[in-house]
Design a binder for this molecule. Sequence first.
Ligand code: BGC
Length: 442
Amino acid sequence: MPPEATFIFPHGFMWGTATSAYQVEGSNTNNNWYAWEQESGRIINGDRAGLACNWWGGRWKEDLDRAAEMGQNAHRLSIEWSRIQPHPDRWDEDALENYRRILRGMYDRKLTPLVTLHHFTDPLWFVEMGGWEKDESPGLFERYVRKAVDALKEYAGLWLTINEPNVYVYGGYLGGGFPPGKNDLASAFRVLTNLVRAHAAAYHAIHKIQKEARVGACIHYRAFWPKRSWFPPDLIAANLVSSNFNNAFPDALHTGRLRFLTKSIQVKEAAGTQDYFGLNYYTGEMVSFSPSARTDFFHRRSFPEGALVSPTAFLANVPQGIGEALQWAKRFNLPILITENGIEDDIDILRPRYILEHLHKIWRNINHDVPVKGYFYWTLVDNFEWERGWSQRFGLWGLGDGQERIRRPSVDLYAEICTKNAFNSDMVKKYAPQVYEQIFPE
Ligand code: BGC
């Protein structure tokens, strides 16, 4: 008889999914991503966000019904700056009212909202003023944050200032395919510095408006290992990539000093500005030193040998990396929320085991005193995947051409997990028998 067991999560654990405004709302036409979509060659297949999941048209109701029916008790969403402040001197009260309606809808469904204030998109007027390269940018962001938090505070108390500043900077300023499409170290450092300042300003402003608020940011953590562990240059390359990609931003919020590549700057007001630690984890990679890879800071990356890869080879299933991420995050001495974790998989072959294997690592870490308080799967319904357009499908629910929602097996798996606040051997047997022995060794 194979061993049977139930792995229970702590009482009050937050179970949810994560979304972002531009990716689900549809009809956003006043920000940098909309402008980017209009340029040819920027998005795979010339895809457009278009109506997305049509949340702005009201379909958030049925999707949040789905989330609640699955037993989720929380949801992470973002609000769109360019809707709330369409011009530097104009606030759109109707947009704020719509967000209030959505947040009230969450309250009615017993979904605790985690509200992201900036998820990759910037208003066009802000970009035209020079965006995050300008010293005024943190102050402009703070103004918007004050307005939004003041308007929404009745329904939300858990805030996330800036989503994945590291991805924002690499994507937009170090050649990663995000607007504005720059590849310029000096700009990258300026932007990163201003994002640290903006976070700090938002943190202090939110606490002034709402004393009991819990405010954090989230980082995209990627595990990096030396490809040849016996070869010191690979080790050095892996450490360098990791400290710049993973550590720079959260260290700055911890210590008040930002260190990035060869640069270092003090941002005193940022020290100690997180009430929880937001961690996004998707995958891990092997790093090898490569003297010819000049534009990639002299390294190359590949997925660990034997790891199962997602349909477009964008991610690999590397659950040991989330264990490492949690051990790393422990150093900040904060409660941890896994604010994103997921995989693109239109046929839902890999997703069930990806979820179970990652939750297994999380559960083990919790039992070794890592204070993980919640988990948000990315994502609820397939949505617009930035420069990868609609080519990748991260949803528990699929999205059809006619806006219909398609139930994937992972819906039932995640519903069982959320409802029971646990996963057990029956679920593994049913949804991912291939990993049974690995999770429940004899
Ligand atoms: C982003 C999400 C995105 C996801 C999957 C994360 O880096 O925060 O917006 O959809 O990755 O690509």
